[in-house]
Structures are given as C-alpha cells and as structure tokens.
Design a protein. Structure first.
Ligand code: ADP
Ligand code: MG
Lengths: 275, 399
C-alpha cells in the first residue's frame, strides 16, 4: 500500500491541530473508524468524501459537539482533551455547521455572541448567567465582525436572522466562528446553498482566513472551489481515510475516483460486501 | 408586501409585539364599555348612558381578578419560551395555597409560611423539569401527570375542599393600599426611570456610532408608557388606591422581564427555544436551563397561590386546581403573543393577555351572559390567538 506516504502528503507543514485514530459510533452506525486528520496554520485543508462518508461527524468531533469514542487530539504536538464545545472553543477551534446552527428568533448581534455574551462591568457579585448583558458592546463587535467579512448586503445587526437570505446567514455563521479568538476554523459545505456571487464571497473569506494564519478546514463537493482554495485534500470514505493529497500534485479526476472507489477498488468493495 | 407580511414584520419589532394584544384589549373595552351601553340607550333598555364596565370600581376589580391569572401566565411564559408547556401550574398554585392555609392555621407566622410555600413550589416545578430534561419525557405528558397528581395532593391537604385564611400578613398582600400620593409618586418615578434608561441608551448608541432608534419610536414609546402607567394609577385612586398586590405583581414581572431579556440566562432561554441543538453545540447547559425554567413556573405558581389566598381570604379546590385557572393562564400567555412553538414572547405580554381574559369574563358577567357563553367566547379568542401565532411563525421558515 502507498497510503503510508499519501496520508501525510509529500511536503506536509507541521500540523497545528491533529487527530489520530478517531472512532465514533451512533448506536449501530460506525460513522468514524479510526480516522487520522491534521491541519496546519496558514493552510486550507479540504475534506471530501461521498455523502455519509463521515465528514460532518469528524468536524463535530473536532468541535467537541460529539465526544469521540476513542482517539487522540494533538494541538501543536501537545495532547489535549476535546470532549465538549467549551473545550474546543477554549483551544481556539471554531466550526461553521452545515445547518449553520443559528437561532432564527434572535437578531444578528445576539447570534454572533451567543454562548459568550459580554456583560457590563461592576456586576461581578452576581453569577455570570445573571449579570446584565452589554448589548451595545455586542452590536459593536457584531459590526466589526461583519465588516471584516465585507458583507455589504446586511443592513442592520439588529435584524432577526429568520428574515435573512441564505448567503447572509452563511456570512453570519462564519463571522461567529472568526469573531472569537480562533486559530482553527472549520466550514461544513458553506457554499452548498449559495448562488455564484455569494459563493465567490465565501471563497474570498476562506482565502483571507489563510492569510491571517488560521488553520482552515473546508468541506465541499465542488471540485472547482476546492482546487481554487485548498492547499491539501483529505479524502474520507465509509468512515476511514483514503488518502491525503497536495492539491498542486493531483487532479480533480484522481480525487473523484478516490472518493467514490477508494485506492484499492477490488479488495475494498469485497470487504464492504462481506461486512 | 402584503398585509400579512407587514403584520409579521410588525410583530418582529420590539414594541410591535404588544400591538395585537393592545388592540384586542381596546376592542373588548370599547365593546363592553361604550358600544353595549350606547346600544342599551338606543333600544330604550336603559334610560341613561352608564359606562359600568369602564367605571373605576370595575376597573379596580378587573385588575384584581386578573392578577392571579397574570402571575401564573408570567411563569408559564418562561417555559413557553423554551418551547415547553406546563399544564400543572394551577394545580401547583392550589397545593401551595392549601399548604399556606394549613400552615398559618397551625400557627406558623404568615411571612414564614409564604417562604416555605414558595420553596415547595420551586421543588414541585423543578421535579417536573428533571423528568422533562433528564429523563426526556415530553413536558406535555409530565405536567399532565403533574396536574392530576397535584390535584389529588390538594384534596389530601384540604379534605373539606375549603379553608378560610385569616392571617393578617397573608390577607395584607391584597388589602394593603398604597396611599394616593405615594402611588402617583411611584408612577412618576417609574416613568422617569423608563424615559431616562431609553434616552441614555440612545445617547450611548450615538457615542458608539451604532444605528439609532427613530426619535418618533423612542418618544412614542416613552409617552405611551407614561400615559398608561399614570392613567392606571389615577383610575385606581379614583376608586380606592393602588393595591400592594398589583405593585408586587408588576415588580415580579419586571424582574423576570429583565432576566429574560437582559441577562445571559435569559438569552439562553430564547436560544434553546429557537434552536436547542445549536444552543447545545455552543456549550449551553440545555438540561439545567430546562429544569430552572420549570422551577421558575413553580415559584410563580406558588406566588399565584399566595395572591389568590390573600384576595379571597380562603383556599378552595375550585378556585385553583379544579377550576378554569390553568386554561385562563395559558390562554393569557398565548393571547399576549408568546409563541407555543418556543423562542418568541415576553412576560409583559402575559400581563396584557391576562387582562384580555379577565376583561372578557368580567364584561360577559356584567351583561349577564351564562357560563356557557363565557366558555365559548374564551375558546374562540384563544383559537384566534394561536392562529395568529401560527401565521406569524410561517414567516420564520420563508426566505
Ligand atoms: N446524530 C447522528 N445519529 C445517528 N447517526 C448519525 C448521526 N450523525 C451522523 N450519522 C451517521 O453517520 C454517518 C456519517 O454521516 P455524516 O458525517 O453526516 O456524513 P457526511 O457529512 O460525510 O455526508 C452517516 O451514516 C450518518 O447517517
Ligand atoms: Mg455532511
């Protein structure tokens, strides 16, 4: 097998976040079967695979939304524990979910600071949950985050998310991930529901994240987008690694074959049938 | 933009949410207070125009009648925000009121009995919350079981079904009146504080370069609030005075209103009600939030029980657990504009909703309508409110 060197890629930069041997079961479904994955700072790592390959599940494990059944997390080479969303965000790992995970009944600024709301100073004697919110500070931060992404169509940060377009929602979800002190930003199919112009905007945002030395994980089915923004590509299939490629040394055709048939077609199909 | 879209947009704004329930209230008061008496004069049934419904005396009674409904409705609003429901609130109020009666009869000081009963209410609510949040039983089922169980418990505590409460502390809550001048002073202070808070926020917005509220909306809101508060106090003064019970109710509502809108805890209530999965992924303790919300309903139900016992001077099975209080309280919350689907609403709307329900009952009583008529009209109004809720909600999915 050639997968040994394919797994790391030829000129792999030192990983910022790496996971080894991740296992995840949902009842009878074995969604992740010993997955290895890594991403470096200033790099866009694409994560591809057929529907049901386990991409979203891997991301949720990395974000602490699902606790892994087994496996190791390394941040800059140091072992860390990521069992809850708070663990992940404390380590600077942020995720933009495929379903965006926005609260449509709240306005943009509330969504951007949800779970980490600024409170007014001088109320330290109260438990944090009961301190007065600093909603003006929230709006200031929201404005900054939105301006950084250059979403020009959004009129007001006090608009309810329920009334916004798909592209605006995507931008808000990204702004939420970037607005906090994050070093790893993961995007799950961010352009799936977007038109051409809005997709361009998202790709520009992804490139800007790379320039600011973020480690970016990018899930997509669109090969053109991937070959435009990604530095490396990790292919998953049936909850296991197929290989990791350096974008400049591969072709869309090779990736599609790896996604749909794996590297070693005959033996892989045989194993799948037997299981 | 169709009329429906405009209406939905209106409901999305901060004060627009009050408009439908205020209109409903104005319609009911106009009908019972002006249209019906005028009709009676025209048909010769009455020899002069008598606005009994809008007399200070009737308004006073209306407020007092609606106070217990409002207390429960405010609590129920908190669980409705989460997208849950509490069918046991009235039965909890009944158990707490009965316990209060028994305790003061046994010689426990009134203030201590009230505190004990409030603690019991919290436990009764939180116990149901644990079943909902940790065991995962739908709140509809848990609180339906709670409704039955607590009704039985109340009968156990009050085998005769009735108990007089004479304790001066307990009775004082409904009997003590704030002297006219003090009541007015309180109203002026509250309005001034409201105006100050709004204007200060506006100037801070300007200083930070944030988008501003239109001056029309800002001043309209301050002036409307001022007129309503002063008019209410003047009307109550014209009959008796501002009752302590109403001051307590408004203070409690203000506290819960502040918590639900202006604290991280309140934000988490809306977040869980709007998208529980996203709240969980953000690291919110969704289960604890659910339990705490049910504990708050329990507390408000206990306070409702105390208010009721104080106002009636007695505790009876039919006044709480066995009567129409539960449906009136849920109806009040929903008529006020709080969504049954979670994530939308306000405790202030619950008070207005309680006034709608109370006014309907009071007005129909005055016109000599039968209990059957009252039930049917209340049902129709509730249905209308839920229909409005469902129509507004369709908007959320649309782009
Ligand atoms: N919460 C869950 N409960 C049960 N099964 C799940 C859950 N999430 C994902 N799965 C299963 O895990 C597998 C991988 O899903 P997913 O990670 O969403 O795939 P992808 O994002 O690559 O399309 C699928 O078989 C899916 O049905
Ligand atoms: Mg997916």
């Amino acid at each position: 097998m050639t997968s040994e060197n394919k797994l790391v890629g030829q000129a792999a930069p030192p990983a910022h976040l790496a996971v080894r041997g991740i296992q995840k079961r949902f009842g009878g479904v074995h969604a992740l079967r010993g997955v290895d994955f890594e991403v470096a700072r200033g790099e866009v790592m694409a994560l591809v695979g057929d529907n049901g390959a386990g991409k979203s599940t891997l991301m949720k494990v990395l974000a602490g939304a699902h606790a892994a059944d087994d496996g190791a997390f390394l941040l800059d080479g140091q072992p860390v524990t990521v069992a809850t969303p708070n663990d992940a965000s404390a380590l600077g790992i942020q995720i933009v979910y495929q379903d965006l995970a926005l609260c449509e009944n709240l306005d943009v600024s509330a969504n951007l600071s949800l779970g980490d709301e600024p409170t007014k100073p001088g109320w330290g004697f109260l438990p944090r949950l009961l301190r007065p919110l600093d909603d003006l500070e929230m709006e200031v931060k929201a404005r900054e985050a939105i301006d950084k992404l250059q979403v020009r169509t959004l009129q007001s940060v006090r608009a309810k998310v329920g009334g916004l377009s798909g592209g605006q929602r995507q931008a808000i979800a990204i702004a939420r991930a970037v607005g906090t002190e994050s070093t790893v930003v993961m995007l799950d199919e961010p352009t799936a529901a977007l038109g051409v112009a809005q997709t361009r905007q998202v790709l520009e945002v992804v490139k800007r994240l790379r320039e600011t030395q973020h480690a970016v994980v990018y899930i997509s089915h669109n090969m053109r987008d991937i070959f435009e923004v990604a530095d490396r590509i990790t292919v998953l299939r049936h909850g296991t690694n197929v290989a990791t490629y350096t974008t400049s040394e591969t072709t869309p055709d090779e990736i599609v074959v790896a996604m749909t048939r794996g590297l070693d077609t005959v033996s892989d199909e045989g194993a799948g049938d037997a299981a | 933009m169709t009329i429906l879209d405009r209406f939905r947009a209106l409901r999305e704004t901060q004060f627009g949410a009050f408009v439908p329930v205020l209109l409903a209230l104005a319609a009911i008061w106009g009908y019972f207070g002006l249209v019906l008496p005028a009709y009676d004069v025209m048909t010769g049934e009455a020899d002069s125009f008598r606005a009994i419904f809008l007399s200070p005396r009737n308004i006073y009674n209306l407020f007092m009648q609606s106070a217990v409904i409002a207390t429960l409705a405010v609590g129920i609003t908190i669980v409705l925000l989460l997208g849950e429901i509490d069918l046991s609130a009235a039965a909890t109020a009944g158990v707490c009121a009965a316990l209060l009666g028994v305790l003061v009869l046994a010689g426990v000081p009134g203030w201590l009995a009230c505190i004990i009963v409030m603690g019991v209410g919290v436990v009764m609510g939180a116990a149901q919350g644990v079943l909902v949040a940790y065991v995962g039983i739908p709140s509809f089922v848990v609180t339906l079981a709670g409704l039955l169980g607590y009704q039985g418990l109340m009968q156990k505590i009050l085998p005769t079904g009735n108990l007089n409460v004479g304790d001066p502390f307990v009775r004082g809550i409904a009997r003590v009146l704030i002297p006219d001048m003090w009541g007015l002073a309180l109203a002026v202070v509250v309005v001034a504080a409201f105006a100050f808070a709004n204007l200060r926020k506006q100037s801070q917005r300007k200083a930070k370069g944030l988008e501003l509220d239109s001056p029309l909306a800002l001043w309209g809101q301050v002036i409307a609030f001022g007129i309503i508060v002063v008019a209410v106090v003047l009307t109550l003064n014209a009959y008796r005075s501002l009752p302590l019970l109403l001051v307590l109710l408004v203070a409690l509502t203000a506290l819960l209103g502040w918590i639900s809108v202006s604290t991280p805890y309140g934000r988490s209530l809306f977040a869980v009600g709007g998208n529980a999965e996203s709240a969980r992924r953000l690291g919110m303790k969704v289960q604890r939030i659910r339990v705490s919300a049910f504990a708050i309903v329990g507390l408000m139900a206990a306070i409702g029980g105390i208010f009721g016992a104080s106002r009636f001077g007695s505790v009876s099975y039919t006044a709480f657990a066995g009567g129409s209080l539960l449906l009136e309280a849920i109806g009040a919350a929903v008529i006020g504009g709080t969504s049954l689907f979670g994530g939308r609403g306000s405790v202030w709307n619950a008070i207005l909703g309680a006034l709608v329900i109370g006014s309907l009952g009071n007005g129909l009583d005055l016109t000599g309508a039968s209990a059957a008529d009252k039930l049917m009209v209340s049902g129709a109004i509730l249905l209308l409110a839920v229909a409005i809720d469902a129509v507004s909600r369709n908007n959320a999915g649309g782009r």
